[in-house]
Design a protein around this ligand. Structure first.
Ligand SMILES: Cc1ncc(COP(=O)(O)O)c(C=O)c1O
Length: 407
């Protein structure tokens, strides 16, 4: 028997060009090849260090390899990793109890990716509409917002308003109505007796950290309650400490009927998502109607429970609030000096760069050369979302780098 030769270490440039023929080209990554990471820092193949100001699109809210999360994962790897839901496992009850306590809701449907949580919520809302609300069979509608981003599956891109997410992927799933974001009158006009739910991001991340007016989420809550339909808040990116509260809806003291969590719920270690809802809503699912082989697996549940424990301390929400002020004042100082505007809440900002200075992509590449990783969203906007463990000094040095790049 001949053994495959051990791969010689390859440079960043070699690894990037090796990807081209063998990996689908569905991303356009920055030309950095990360090999190691800890906390706020990542290191490439050649040993160059970068401050990570993207944090896996908020999947790394607790930083890279947070010791409590790595410990929880290691301990679980030594015990049990997968049962499927054909059997019970000894970690799932505690995870669901913790998440219900953290969110103030009753029940949890564990899944893996964010898109799966959204798909699951669409199914649950439709079932609820037929069984509880009495909508005639196959007539249920769900109202969503212009500029939304909820994932990439066929049903989810069916209600995207981003042509690059949709073009070439039809035919689309019917049953969705799109209204302008942050417009209560338009929302009210779109809701009728067929409406199962309103599905919204409390802050639109992918659209460029678009924050609705104060009172919008309260208005959505009131409207949906009066109309007898569900309010589904997609907090897959906005939730779990990012905005300075456990949930972005907490800023208005609003409790949705269904809450969608993902990304940071897996601590940057495993994909973990969840639909969290009242018993009257998630109770519509019965055995055999929905599921996932990996959803609720013991490794995910162990890491997810450790995430819930970290958030229960309140430390990360406090850091996001306090350091959010540093981020805001740094961006205010750059406004008019290459920054044309920004939207920020907690440690999360969408920063519009003067198009005369280049695209968001170009600025991201310049920042990379300064040792800071961010990513563009649309056109000239970059998104800043560092791990919530970032220090004041690290954040200030990243803002200094942005100033140099724009100067
Ligand atoms: C608000 C929101 N919902 C859903 C998703 C999809 O999550 P995933 O990429 O894990 O499928 C994302 C991902 O960016 C998101 O930001």
């Amino acid at each position: 028997m001949t053994l495959a030769p051990v791969q010689a270490a390859r440079s960043s440039a070699e690894l990037i060009s090796a990807e081209t023929p063998v990996l689908a080209h569905n991303y356009h990554p920055l030309p950095v090849v990360v090999a190691r990471a800890e906390g706020t820092w990542v290191e490439d193949v050649e040993g160059r260090r970068y401050l990570d100001l993207l944090a896996g699109y908020s999947a790394l809210n607790f930083g890279h390899r947070h010791p409590d999360l790595i410990d929880a994962a290691h301990r679980q790897l030594d015990q049990l990793t997968l049962t499927s839901r054909a059997f019970h496992n000894d970690r799932l009850a505690g995870f669901a109890e913790g998440l219900a306590r953290l969110t103030g809701l009753d029940m949890v449907l564990p899944m893996n990716t964010g898109a799966e949580a959204v798909e699951s919520a669409v199914k649950v809302a439709r079932k609820w509409a037929y069984e509880v609300k009495g909508v005639p069979a196959d007539r249920a509608t769900i109202v969503v917002a212009d500029g939304n981003f909820h994932g990439r599956t066929t049903t989810i891109v069916s209600f995207s308003t981003d042509e690059s997410a949709r073009a070439g992927f039809g035919p689309f799933t019917p049953g969705f109505r799109v209204v302008p974001y942050n417009d209560l009158a338009a929302l009210e006009a779109a809701i009728d007796e067929t409406t199962a739910a309103v599905l919204l991001e409390p802050i639109q991340g992918e659209a460029g950290v678009v924050i609705p007016d104060d009172g919008y989420l309260t208005g959505v809550r009131d409207l949906t309650r009066r109309a007898g339909c569900l309010f589904i808040a997609d907090e897959i990116q906005s939730g779990l400490g990012r905005t300075g509260r456990t949930l972005a809806v907490d800023h208005e003291g609003v409790r949705p009927d269904m809450l969608l969590l993902g990304k940071a719920l897996g601590g940057g270690i495993v994909p973990v998502s969840a639909v969290v809802a009242g018993r009257d809503v998630l109770g519509v699912l019965r055995p055999g109607e929905h599921g996932s082989t990996f959803g609720g697996n013991p490794l995910s549940a162990a890491v997810g429970s450790a995430v819930v424990d970290l958030l229960a301390t309140g430390e990360f929400q406090r850091r996001a609030t306090d350091l959010g002020e540093v981020l805001r004042s740094g961006l205010e100082a750059l406004t008019g000096k290459g920054v044309t505007g920004f939207r920020a809440r907690g440690l999360w900002a969408g920063v519009d760069i003067d198009p005369a200075l280049g695209t968001g992509r170009h600025v991201s590449e310049l920042l990379m050369a300064e040792g800071v990783l961010v990513k563009d969203t649309h056109g000239s906007t970059i998104r800043i979302a560092p791990p919530l463990t970032i220090t004041r000094e690290e954040l200030e040095s990243a803002l200094d780098a942005l100033g140099r790049v724009l100067g």
